[in-house]
Design a protein around this ligand. Structure first.
Ligand code: S3P
Length: 175
């Protein structure tokens, strides 16, 4: 099976994707890491150099390259905005990837992102007093789309990492 994990920033796409791939003995690819390796700079720097529009073009190019080469038994973690681009959804579909949504409670996301905002260009300049409001608004603006594009969905509240991993694993074995 080829699976693309998506969801809001802070949902755990990379860490869960990696752990799940290890457990299933699948290949694991992280789109943002591939972008950084290709550009030889980090996501913040890419946003600074080319803006979000430039980043989205690079993101699509690298995604296309990855999915066209990916074998069966691949887990691919996407960045939080990738699934919102129609071209990206199309190439995922054409290459046989199923889209799995990690739907994490907004309160949990805010808490995680507060501690980890500096590596995220969309959040690093938001000051603490406006942070919750800003993240909630961005989340709300994406919520409907995130729901709509899911072939599979895992709803996550306060469960710890191992519990969520187990649920993902069971989901694979029984679907
Ligand atoms: C983005 C999410 C980031 C990264 C970029 C844009 C987004 O990935 O791709 O900063 O638009 O939600 P993570 O979801 O892994 O933080």
């Amino acid at each position: 099976m080829k699976i693309a994990l998506y969801g809001f920033m802070g949902a755990g796409k990379t860490s869960l994707g990696k752990a799940l791939a290890e457990r299933l003995n699948y290949n694991f690819i992280d789109l943002d890491n591939e972008i950084q390796d290709f550009e030889l700079s980090d996501i913040n720097q890419i946003f600074e150099n080319y803006g979000e529009t430039g980043f989205r073009k690079i993101e699509h190019k690298i995604l296309k390259n990855i999915v066209e080469k990916a074998g069966e038994n691949t887990i691919l973690s996407l960045g939080g905005g990738a699934i919102l681009q129609p071209m990206n959804r199309k190439i995922l579909q054409l290459t046989g990837f199923k889209k799995m949504y990690l739907n994490v409670d907004i309160k949990v996301l805010i808490q995680r992102l507060k501690n980890d905002k500096n590596k995220r260009p969309l959040l690093k300049n938001i000051n603490d007093t406006k942070f919750d409001q800003y993240v909630t608004a961005l989340y709300e603006s994406r919520r409907e789309a995130y729901n709509k594009y899911a072939d599979m969905e895992i709803i996550i509240h306060q469960e710890d990492f191992e519990t969520v991993l187990e649920r993902l694993y069971l989901h694979f074995n029984f679907n």
